[in-house]
Write a protein that binds this ligand. Structure first.
Ligand code: 9MR
Length: 469
């Protein structure tokens, strides 16, 4: 564990240096007001969960989740979004053969979300390449065995934390083959891109599926940083975008940066990606956020709080700069922590406020039953109260500023109205027991779904305040 702290400590120094240099030279970037939009063109605030880590290891690659769980989540936290984990191993069990039964089961779960007004993003999840990196099959997940080539290089099975498996020679070799760094398996990236086409073909007409997250937490093997993001990773993204767009021109495509470093606040080098669809691009940037001091065992309390806040600031600035270069809206695809730790609920509130300020959606890691999740052993954790917050699910215009003042229980949504549709606001029972009233426009309250629909004029700046009814 000492070594881990040492390596991590060195990264902190790099983060500080990078953060300091960028702050000194470029100032704090302003959010660019780009949004993921729905079918009507309304700006969305995506607020939900990663569902679920359990899908990594179940034989059928489906999360341990029943329809009642979706219902409970909606009732308790008013979520409108899910980052739904799928696995390449299940999509393409043998090269070029796609498992339609698996995709049908995914579709069945998507229907549970549709019935409750959610948007679903499919996330092709991997950690540590795939189960084939170790003989027991318990370390990695995602890639099929037929796509796993470690060349019999070792992967030590005892690791202080799961991420350290990434540094093992066998794991690195599996990635090097995939990225065609070795030159031995040029077919693998094409297979992956075509697997995405099969998924897109299945879901292209499903309005509940808002888009596709091409790869979870990409890792470059022996090619790292900018060389990786502008090299093999960009190649994979271009191939996948092209395959997806050959069948589906509507869905959003979500791109992740290299995870190591960027998850902590270091800059990403991901370039702009052209979207071949007709009409405006639908490519979004979907980074993760795991503040390094938390990984090192600190809590969001006293001495560490200011330190964590600083790393959050660096993360925000780096992400906004990359999003600007990519001309893409931001979705925070993962953020989460052990909710039994002191200060955890404060940190969840803080990250939600940062996401609002950035105009970004958020998917908490994760929906699994555990001390990190909203429920543990059937009982709510402190996350339920922290994550049940008022937010504009869909805005009939382009938001300028969204803030919630807990002291006065006022949600403020300023936006430049357009003709896309009504604004829908979710209001929690705890702070808005009898619903809300809108300062302008005509509002209707749906008590069952806890949604206030506000019809305003369709041009000009709208300064909407919502207070308890
Ligand atoms: O929380 C997950 C942990 O239980 C697993 O052992 C680990 C390896 O599969 O993955 C964790 O989830 C990670 C996710 O897959 C990717 N982003 C970081 C998450 C938390 O570490």
């Amino acid at each position: 564990m000492k070594l881990v702290r040492l390596i991590a400590g060195a990264f902190v120094v790099v983060v500080v240096a990078a953060g300091g240099v960028t702050a000194a030279t470029r100032g704090t970037p302003e959010p660019a007001r780009r949004y993921v939009t729905d079918d009507l063109g309304r700006a969305l605030t995506l607020h939900g969960f990663n569902t679920a880590s359990s899908a990594k290891s179940t034989p059928d690659a489906l999360p341990k989740l029943a329809e009642e769980d979706v219902e409970r989540e909606y009732r308790d936290m008013g979520t409108n979004f899910v980052r739904f984990l799928i696995q390449w191993r299940a999509v393409e069990p043998s090269p070029g053969t796609y498992d339609t039964k698996y995709l049908d089961k995914v579709a069945e779960r998507i229907a549970w979300y549709r019935d409750r007004g959610y948007h679903v993003m499919l996330d092709m999840h991997q950690d540590l390449w795939g189960s084939g990196i170790t003989p027991a099959g318990t370390a990695g997940n995602g890639a099929p065995l037929w796509a796993t080539f470690t060349d019999d290089l070792p992967v030590a099975t005892e690791q202080a934390t799961w991420e350290l498996f990434y540094l093992e020679p066998g794991t690195i070799r599996a990635f090097d083959h995939f990225w065609n760094t070795t030159g031995d398996h040029p077919e693998l990236m094409d297979r992956y891109a075509k697997a995405w086409r099969a998924v897109a073909e299945r879901f292209k007409d499903d309005p509940t599926v808002i888009g596709y997250d091409l790869m979870n937490e990409p890792w470059g093997g022996s090619v790292q940083g900018a060389a990786f993001e502008t090299g093999p990773l960009a190649t994979l993204y271009r191939k996948s975008i092209s395959e997806i767009r050959s069948v589906d021109s509507e869905s959003w495509i979500f791109l992740e940066p290299q995870a190591v470093g960027v998850n902590w606040g270091l800059p990403s080098a991901l370039p702009y990606f052209d979207d071949p669809r007709t009409g405006p691009d639908r490519i979004a940037f979907a980074p993760h956020l795991y503040p390094l001091p938390l990984d090192l065992g600190d809590d969001y309390t006293a001495g560490s709080k200011a330190w964590i806040d600083r790393t959050l600031g660096w993360w925000r600035d780096s992400i906004l700069r990359t999003a600007d270069r990519m001309r893409a809206p931001v979705l925070l695809g993962e953020f989460g922590l052990d909710m039994t730790r002191p200060g955890a609920a404060d940190l969840v509130g803080k990250v939600q406020a940062i996401a609002d300020e950035m105009g970004a959606g958020l998917a908490y890691w994760s929906r699994d039953e555990s001390p990190w999740g909203p429920y543990d052993k059937g009982q709510p954790t402190p996350l339920v109260a922290a994550y049940d917050r008022p937010y504009p699910r869909a805005v009939g215009g382009v938001p300028r500023r969204v803030t919630f003042d807990a002291k006065t229980t006022t949600l403020r949504v300023d936006f430049d109205a357009n003709e896309t549709g009504d604004t829908e606001i979710y209001l929690p029972a705890a702070s808005f027991p009898r619903g809300g009233k809108a300062s302008i426009g005509q509002a209707t309250w749906d008590a069952k779904r806890r949604i206030l629909t506000v019809k305003t004029k369709t041009y000009g700046l709208i300064e909407l305040s919502v207070t308890p009814a």
